[in-house]
Design a protein around this ligand. Structure first.
Ligand code: GTP
Ligand code: MG
Length: 195
């Protein structure tokens, strides 16, 4: 699946701009700066594919990437960053809602959670949205290279506890570090089993 050509297809700002629903897709959601773009780069093995940056809110569009010709990887705009004007945030929420509820070929949403912080209030909103849209989501912890030992155990317990309230949650967590490569082969394997 990931051996084929990967490329950027387009950035989408409205539902009518989505590419044809002619293959499976998975999307990556999460707070701004959680590491969505970095994870897509790690999965595809192409460093500069999705733009990663230190500026929160960098990814403002729904960005479509191909992985081979059977799969789209979808980089969603980050939520929860400060300083975004309210109308922008609201436009976003509407687009995100329509996308999550209306995209037939969406097989799984990966919700990225920073392994240092666990599930926050802003995350809860998207988890509930996914419940309502009946989109199966799986939590991917990011930046695990920054969290060791007992702190890891603590965060895992917090995340599991938070997920127990969400019927659309897939129970298995994936621990990843885009920097060190932890969990990347596992996540590729999970995506490869979706059909
Ligand atoms: P937005 O597009 O703004 O929503 O952010 P994003 O979720 O796409 O985050 P991005 O991939 O741009 O990464 C944000 C910052 O976190 C960058 O400085 C990355 O280098 C850093 N980062 C991402 N993944 C990891 C990781 O696995 N480990 C560490 N230590 N840093 C990471
Ligand atoms: Mg990004």
């Amino acid at each position: 699946l990931f051996a084929g050509e990967t490329e950027f297809i387009k950035g989408v700002v409205a539902m009518d701009g989505l590419p044809p629903a002619d293959r499976l897709e998975v999307c990556f959601a999460g707070r701004s700066n959680v590491g969505k773009s970095s994870l897509i780069n790690a999965l595809t093995g192409r460093k500069g594919l999705a733009r990663a940056s230190n500026t929160p809110g960098r990814t403002q569009e729904i960005n479509y990437f191909t992985a081979g010709d059977e799969l789209y990887l979808v980089d969603l705009p980050g939520y929860g960053y400060a300083n975004a004007p309210l109308p922008v945030v609201e436009k976003w929420q509407r687009l995100l809602k329509s996308y999550l509820a209306g995209r037939q070929t969406l097989r799984r949403a990966f919700v990225l959670i920073d392994a240092r912080h666990g599930v926050k209030k802003v995350d809860e909103e998207i988890l509930s949205l996914l419940d309502r849209a009946a989109v199966t989501f799986q939590v991917v912890l990011t930046k695990t290279d920054k969290v060791k030992g007992a702190d890891r155990t603590k965060v895992l317990a917090q995340v599991r506890q938070a997920l127990s309230k969400h019927p659309a949650a897939y129970p298995e967590l994936v621990l990843t570090s885009s920097e060190k490569g932890e969990g990347i082969p596992m996540l590729r394997a999970i995506i490869a089993t979706l059909e």
